[in-house]
Design a protein around this ligand. Structure first.
Ligand code: B9F
Length: 127
């Protein structure tokens, strides 16, 4: 099977969707992220993502990207690896850190959440 590629439309185990639409030969990539969950009353909006991955002819590259949420004062970073199985099915295994905005340094201790997400390619639903 070919190299694992980050480009395209992905959905994670929470139902969030991301579209990695552009990459360059310096390993940088760009896209958009639509989270399915938010735990706020503010409406969810599409947010930009920017990342970088291992360069060159790497079959299962490692990568990292940042999502700066457009609808709330917080930022999430993801790190992961793109895996491809012997049938060509690709999976992104990631861990994330979410930094919340807190009002004072005394609240710094409670400002970071951690978790995992795995992403698979979103099948086009047709019409
Ligand atoms: O809900 C987050 C948020 C931050 C401060 C107020 C609201 C923004 C969206 C985060 C989405 C996370 C999950 N979605 C996903 O696909 S990023 C990692 C997970 N993977 C209230 C306080 C802190 C969180 C909720 Fe908030």
């Amino acid at each position: 099977p070919p190299q694992c590629s980050l480009l395209g439309l992905w959905q994670n185990d929470l139902g969030s969707e991301m579209n990695i639409s552009a990459g360059n030969n310096a390993g940088k990539f760009f896209g958009t992220y639509l989270t399915k969950v938010s735990a706020t009353h503010k409406p969810i909006a599409v947010s930009p993502l920017r990342g970088s991955q291992q360069m060159g002819n790497v079959k299962q590259p490692t990568f990292g990207f940042t999502v700066t949420w457009s609808f709330t004062d917080s930022t999430t970073v993801f790190v992961g690896q793109c895996f491809v199985d012997d049938k060509g099915k690709e999976t992104l295994q990631t861990m994330w850190l979410l930094r919340k905005k807190v009002d004072s340094i005394e609240d710094n201790w409670q400002a970071t959440l951690v978790g995992t997400n795995n992403f698979t390619r979103l099948q086009s639903r047709g019409v």
